[in-house]
Write a protein that binds this ligand. Structure first.
Ligand SMILES: NC(=O)C1=CN([C@@H]2O[C@H](COP(=O)(O)OP(=O)(O)OC[C@H]3O[C@@H](n4cnc5c(N)ncnc54)[C@H](OP(=O)(O)O)[C@@H]3O)[C@@H](O)[C@H]2O)C=CC1
Ligand SMILES: O=C1O[C@H](COP(=O)(O)O)[C@@H](O)[C@H](O)[C@H]1O
Length: 454
């Protein structure tokens, strides 16, 4: 990586930029002292270099990376409407050779900006990094892919999914592929069910402009949780290189359908009502600023899928994510089948073992049936727990590192983005038709009382 690479952050005044991208860049520059980057920020609002430099310094400081600022070779700001070809042209002139255009802007703006880019000259080696959601359905994702590959080759398109850079997801690879003990039981022969759950205490956080159109299904399941499922379920790749990893993940998605092809039985949705989350009052979702009640947006989504391969057919993979839940509950749970025959004479129950990966703090635990204290033939439950390495970088740091190095292993390939939409489309359609009721739960609860525990 040399000084002549410019990271152009489109959406310099946005939440993602200040809260996640810049802190991650600061961390990355601290971890890799030889790395240099030029930073060009752009947004619609009038601004100047000094104000932008303050934004960068403040963001670096949030992760204790103040000293990384000296490694940024230049930091400049340009006012630009990136849907305007003239503004884009002058931005590209400022960016120089082989720029990285990071679209930290709303998805509809990204689409319009890419349409504009397709009509102008883009320097060879330009990299495009696009935030999720990628398109708004399968057809629009396909159309956007066509536009992108008309601008730069697929290897230069980074569709971002920061869950692929999360240490838990990376730890899954180590646990699965560096332990011979797991591979023989990693299939429908031994696994009964898988749950991937990301319940947050956070509510809307002022993001109605985006979230009210997306909802939990698109915001979390269609993107992040399907990618985590792909890592959990993929065939062992030959290498951790870009092609092997992306082929393996995409093969899982290609084989995935909603459970029994029945989106009504295979999904549930709900929305939070007024309540209290960890001592703080949260309004009814429809009373949050900017929400349109007519949209019937869900804040809790659940979908069960089947991966139709010899390894996984018949195993339900349930993905769930909710906002304003009483306690953070973020984990991957692999539940094994009980033993085929429990020798007569034991007392107590012998439920299947459970392998659990907790996301942040990262832990892995294996629950087993053991002979407990007292009666030696009475079965008790015990857990072997290991704290996993948190990684030196935030998830966005791993993602940025890949982009700056031109390694797309942690980015979503175009065909995988389309497959993810294909998987959720029947559910979206069923919800739009009103075939699945929109249930309610008080903010701060664990979800609708009537929903059976996963
Ligand atoms: N925020 C988050 O936690 C996460 C966000 N994302 C994704 O990141 C993207 C950005 O989200 P977020 O930062 O929250 O959004 P914000 O609304 O906070 O920021 C949007 C940014 O886009 C700029 N912008 C809008 N239109 C244009 C335009 N025509 N030309 C130039 N700049 C423009 C805005 O500039 P101005 O202020 O000048 O109008 C602003 O800087 C979305 O795709 C979102 O899904 C992904 C993961 C997490
Ligand atoms: O992309 C998103 O992710 C966050 C959850 O991820 P985290 O790493 O910030 O915990 C989610 O809150 C947000 O709604 C979604 O857009």
């Amino acid at each position: 990586m040399t000084d002549d690479t410019t990271l152009v952050i489109l959406g310099a005044s946005g939440d993602l930029t200040s809260r996640l991208l810049l802190p991650a860049l600061g961390q990355l520059l601290i971890r890799e002292p030889a790395r240099r980057v030029r930073l060009l920020g752009a947004a619609i609002e009038d601004g100047d270099d000094d104000r932008w430099r303050d934004v960068v310094r403040t963001a670096f400081a949030t992760v204790g990376a103040e000293s990384a600022y000296d490694r940024v070779a230049a930091t400049t700001y340009r006012r630009a409407d990136i849907t305007d070809p003239d503004d884009l042209r002058s931005l590209l002139m400022d960016a120089g050779d082989r720029p990285i255009l990071y679209f930290a802007v709303p998805p509809a703006v990204t689409t319009r900006a890419c349409d504009a880019l397709a009509g102008i000259h883009v320097p060879a080696g330009t990299v495009l990094a696009l935030e999720k959601p990628f398109g708004s359905d399968e057809a629009s994702a396909r159309a956007l892919n066509r536009v992108l590959t008309g601008i730069v080759p697929e290897e230069q398109v980074f569709r971002i999914d920061h869950f692929l850079g999360r240490s838990t997801t990376l730890n899954l690879l180590g646990a699965r592929f560096a332990n011979r003990v797991l591979e023989p039981v990693w299939s429908a022969d031994h696994v009964e069910s898988v749950v991937i759950r990301y319940d947050e205490t956070l509510g809307l956080e002022g993001r109605a402009g985006y979230y009210d159109r997306a909802g939990a299904l698109v915001d979390m399941l269609q993107s992040h949780l399907l990618q985590v499922m792909a890592v959990l379920a993929m065939e062992p790749p030959s290498t951790l290189g870009e092609r092997d990893m992306r082929d393996a993940r995409c093969a899982v998605l290609r084989a995935t359908r909603v459970w029994h092809d029945d989106p009504v039985a295979g999904s549930r949705r709900a929305r939070y009502a007024a309540g209290t989350v960890q001592g703080t009052a949260v309004p009814d979702y429809v009373d949050e600023p900017g929400v349109d009640p007519a949209r019937q947006t869900e804040t809790l989504a659940e979908m069960t899928c089947e991966i139709r391969t010899a390894r996984w057919a018949g195993v339900p993979f349930t993905l769930r994510s909710g906002k304003a839940i009483g306690a953070r509950h973020t984990e991957i749970v692999v539940r094994f089948k009980p033993v085929r025959h429990l020798p007569t004479g034991f007392t107590g129950s012998a439920d299947g073992s459970v392998l659990r990966f907790t996301l942040g703090p990262d832990e892995m635990s294996l629950e087993l049936n053991i002979n407990g204290p007292g009666d030696p033939l009475h079965l008790d439950r015990a857990a072997l727990t290991a704290r996993l390495g948190e990684g030196q970088l935030l998830a966005y740091g791993e993602v940025l590192s890949g982009i700056l190095d031109g390694d797309a292993a942690l980015a979503v390939r175009g065909d995988a983005a389309e497959e993810s939409w294909r998987i959720v489309q029947p559910v979206l359609d069923a919800w739009r038709r009103g075939d699945v009721p929109l249930d309610e739960y008080p903010a701060g609860s664990g979800g609708p009382a009537a929903w059976p525990e996963l």
